[in-house]
Design a protein around this ligand. Sequence first.
Ligand code: ATP
Ligand code: MG
Length: 395
Amino acid sequence: MKTHLVLRIGEIFLKGSNRHMFMNQLEKNIRRALHRHADVRLHRFHGRYTVTCEPGQQEAVIGVLSRIFGLTSISPAVVVEPQFQTLSDTALALVQALPQKPASFCVKARRTDKRLPYTSIDLERDVGGVIHETCHIPVNLTRPDLLVEIHAGQDLSFVCVNRHAAPGGLPVGISGRLEVLLSGGIDSPVALWMMLKRGATVNATSFYSPPWVGDEAKQKVEALCRVLRPWGGPNKLHMVAYGEVQKILRECRPHKLATVLYRRMMMRTAGLIAQDNRALALVTGESLGQVASQTMHNLIAIEQASPLPVLRPLLGFDKYQTVELAQQIGTYETSIIPCADSCTLFAPDHPETHAHMEEVEHAEAGMDLRAMALDLARNAVCVKFSEDGPRRESP
Ligand code: ATP
Ligand code: MG
């Protein structure tokens, strides 16, 4: 006997005439994510989806689906005949089998087959009454601890009591392509995740500083990408060897501007890579005031070097919020592995916190910045992530 899962969508429901575009993309993403699981079938079902799979696959399939943006929850459903008594008995049995008695409950019923000799209100009232009397659980119609859902339809009838959370948001692939500046830190993987959640297709660019920082930095960022892949991205990681250029920028005067100059060169280079990959904007994990390079003055001075708009999904977050999200997403454990970052490596002892453009331009005068950025972008190594694992490509 097959197991049925009911998948619910959230924000997509609010879409008007172009809802089908969002649904098609979501469907494509679900199929792609489940492609390794043979015998799994996806069906559209009254504005939602159901998935059928073998009972032994259920846990793994729920694990995959709980990372699909656009879905809000997943419930294993017990499929039965639409007789009133059968639905009622099944609901009661499911509640009695719960490992913990809920503090309150509510029955929500939907009858899509109008020929059935009862209404959804009958189901809600009568099944609710049976559960209340048998299990002695109070009813709460507004904020129940447990929701018992009944669907009585021509094609399918079922009861479900468990909801596994899915992340909500919009299906990846619906909002255009972005290039994320991905460090090995805590913030930028979260920023990348947030853009995936809003439906963007994402590639990443990361800077490391050989020979001063070597393979461990590359491996850390690749590991972060692998943690993020089940969420839908990134598709490509561009690794930029930045050490030699940083050595040149380090000589700038006044030296306290060095970090701003490193960051500006990152913007130029990532901007070129982004344009080459037809991305519409850059994304960073910056948050206002987090460190010296993220004061308002410095953010503005850094952004001016970018050929594309710069998006900062974490701008208003404090670090605790970001850490909490990183833990939920699963990137935190990798992010805290100690590893030198290219910007901290050659950071000035007293970095500028109020960079002024005239000073910045003066410090950069005489350097062929565009040629440097072109050279960095051209020599970037691209790692492509597919369902079958990463594949490295030469420049
Ligand atoms: P994170 O912000 O990811 O925790 P971090 O704290 O090391 O890393 P910050 O100094 O806060 O980095 O840098 C701000 C942002 O600049 C990062 O979120 C990231 O988008 C970008 N950035 C910093 N270092 C790098 C790098 N080596 N490669 C790519 N992007 C970087
Ligand atoms: Mg940071």
